[in-house]
Write a protein that binds this ligand. Structure first.
Ligand code: AMP
Ligand code: MG
Length: 408
């Protein structure tokens, strides 16, 4: 049997990032950057005021300290958005607004609250004189050119998924079109004669195809475009024609659930093998021991187990990292933590993923299993906020033992 990490490594070796495209900035949220981004300008681009107040000359800063207050003529009014040509001399002040360029010669900005001119009603004209009450150090309330970043700074890295704040930074830098990877396309199919679509009436022996919904939503979380092929009957031809549709759709990867175990009607393995290659692995894990991976023609193919919880976990453990790599993202370590077990846990010695609720109690994380852990029982997964991982070779853990949890 393969270990989970061996299986993951083998799978990853079959994936390369899809090509890049250029998108308008406003369409690039959530997309994966295809190139490093460097600042083409300094930010801030000019020294500017961090407050509404009065710009003072260096010599006057010292005079406030010695005299306790000083009164100066106000020789200019500098609103945000203006550019100023003036040079402030000793003994002069200029009214200045937040974000406005600090004039030559100014050494600090004193905020209006520290002067006798505390009237900020819109339209208030500039006063003739201002009295400053509070000393300020050199550079106080001045946002220096380049203090955030200098021209040439690497600000975002290839392989990063763009977040809202990243878009804001790109806009500040004037990056209107962004090199990102295109969204990978994934064909999803379910298989089994017992499966009926959501809209159909339940009849004896049938169950609703739920994996389509779970797995497409999981895929969408990795930025993948999903082509839903629906349910293939347990017949060779049905399976084959569905896989042909995946080829016709030009997808980058195919994911199926069910029909890959050793049941008498499990045709998927045969069909994939005929038109490509298939490794059928027994992975040393629970749930989800049977995992098929291969290629249909030359499209990577995952055969996940059919049981809804196994399919979900199989996706997270094996498919998600592959989709991230396919989409150009740099793989991130899983958000794993340590938690204390509220009660004892027994396993069969395989690497086991149990559904648990993890809460913080008196400064430590405590994990409690949710409901019946059968691999078809979805409610216990729905009620969980974490998967508790018992490593392979460990058959039991007592209450209060520490174990790894993977927050969902
Ligand atoms: P199989 O892998 O075909 O033996 O299926 C294992 C179990 O998973 C069976 O109980 C199936 O009914 C169930 N199952 C398979 N596919 C789905 C699906 N798409 N939605 C919900 N349950 C499924
Ligand atoms: Mg089946």
């Amino acid at each position: 049997m393969l270990s989970v990490s061996e299986a993951q490594q083998r799978i990853l070796s079959h994936f390369e990032p899809v090509e890049a495209q250029t998108l308008p900035l406003e369409q690039s949220a959530g997309r994966v950057l295809a190139q490093d981004i460097f600042a083409a300008i300094d930010l801030p681009l000019f020294d500017n005021s961090a407050v509404d107040g009065f710009a003072l000359h260096a010599s006057d800063l010292e005079r406030v300290v010695s005299a306790g207050s000083i009164t100066l003529p106000v020789i200019a009014d500098i609103p945000a958005g203006s550019s100023t040509e003036i040079t402030l001399q000793s003994g002069q002040a200029a009214r200045i607004m937040t974000g406005a360029p600090v004039p030559e010669g100014a050494e600090a900005v004193v905020m209006v609250e520290d002067t006798d001119f505390n009237d900020r009603a819109p339209g208030t004209p500039v006063p003739k004189n201002v009295t400053v009450y509070k000393p300020a150090k050199s550079n106080t309330n001045i946002r220096q050119r380049g203090e955030d970043m200098r021209t040439g700074t690497k600000v975002l890295s290839r392989g990063q998924r763009l977040r809202p704040q990243d878009l804001g930074l790109l806009a500040m830098l004037g990056v209107a079109t962004v090199p990102v990877h295109r969204r990978p396309r994934l064909a999803l199919l379910s298989s089994g004669d017992e499966l009926i679509p959501l809209e159909a009436t339940l009849t004896p022996g049938k169950v609703r195809d739920s994996n389509t919904y779970t797995l497409s939503a999981q895929a969408a979380q990795s930025g993948v475009e999903v082509v839903r092929l629906g349910v293939a009957a347990d017949e060779r031809l049905a399976v084959q024609s569905m896989l042909e549709r995946a080829v016709a759709e030009g997808v980058d990867v195919i994911v199926s659930s069910a029909g890959v175990s050793v049941g008498a009607f499990d045709f998927i393995k045969d069909v994939v093998e005929e038109q490509g290659s298939l490794d059928f692995w027994k992975v040393n894990m629970r749930p989800g021991k049977p995992l098929a991976f291969g290629h249909y023609q030359d499209i990577p193919f995952f055969g996940l187990p059919g049981n809804p919880v196994s399919a979900f976990i199989g996706f997270e453990v094996f498919v998600r990292p592959a989709l991230e790599k396919l989409g150009g993202a740099i793989p991130q370590p899983l958000p794993r933590q340590r938690a204390r077990l509220a009660g004892p846990v027994n396993t069969d010695g395989r690497e086991t993923y149990l559904r648990a609720v993890v809460t913080e109690e008196n400064g430590t994380l405590v994990a409690r299993l949710t409901g019946h852990q059968g691999s078809g029982n979805l409610l216990s997964l729905v009620q969980a906020n974490a998967l508790l991982i018992v490593p392979s070779g460990v058959k039991s853990l007592p209450a209060n033992a520490e174990a790894e949890v993977w927050m969902l």
